[in-house]
Design a protein around this ligand. Sequence first.
Ligand code: ZN
Length: 368
Amino acid sequence: MKPLSAVPSVPAFAPGADTLGLAAACARGEFQLQHCEACSHAQYPPRAACQRCLATSLRWRPARAAGRLLSASWLHHSQDPHYRARLPWRIGLVALDDGPVMLAHVQADIEAGAAVRLHPGLDRAGHPALVATQAGGAGAREGKLALFGNAVGGRRIALFSADAARREALLAALTQAGAAAVACLAPAAVDTRAMAEADIVIHDALPTDDTEDRGDGDAYPTLRAHLQALLPAWRQRGGEPPLAWLGLFSLDALLAAPGWPLRAADQAACRALCQALRPRLAAQGIRVAELIATPAGAEACWESPAARPAALAGAAIALLAAGLESAAADAGAQRWLQRWLADPALAQRQCGQQEDFPPDWPEPRAAR
Ligand SMILES: [Zn+2]
């Protein structure tokens, strides 16, 4: 067998545009099915039209990620070099509780007829990958199925953070999760060796606690310089490709809080840069992920206190392990993320409704 570094790091098969809605949900760890607005039929695989009535008004809706394993097979041959290097590979047909039958990656020890739970996630190229495990059991990313996750165990991590409390919490969580090595660096640091060696990079772009001057917003220039150094360093590394880049952003990246205009623009710019880089890095098998947290300050606007460092660190480890692209770090951020997903314009109105914010434009200050 060839060493894994000699085979493509992403699958050759790319699903069509009809699958994008499923991919967007899977990237958040959510399972959704296409529903026909004309006849209420729930269908899989995704299509441009309803399989029952041919209507084209289809909407993605949350579905139960549960079903029964109809049959499963061990694949011993594959046309795809990415999976050929990892054979034998187990796949199976799952009859979903919501109706359709779906092809899934199946955990090794489940027998046909068993009740299963589906774990929505992504393959190395960022396309939807549904994994079936025993209902009531754990471990969707064990054995060969670890391919879809980015667990930190045994991995080399580069951690870029300027905040002492968050850095210490992340370091403790990464160490406890079994990371092989963690290099702690300032966000603007350019350490090309540590960058090249890192399997996973975590960049803390969360704003500092500037409740007095409301933040000039200088995370973006730092992040841009960081990525301009990291990407060439990663290209020059030999052997296995890196696994993931995780950015920590605040809710300001999604919604502009009144009274914090510079911070909102800065965080939105950070997030946009990473969104734009995602397809390019996905083609190399590298996951670009974001963890959204409630920031310090503007509590009246966000309705909840800032994310605690320990909770933030735990959420970061879980997001990486599940192989997802996006998650919220705390309950407040999760609430606003759901509002934003449901209706971004309405969420912006709700965010801007608070009157308890400083009325004046913040004074500019020097970049840190
Ligand atoms: Zn229909």
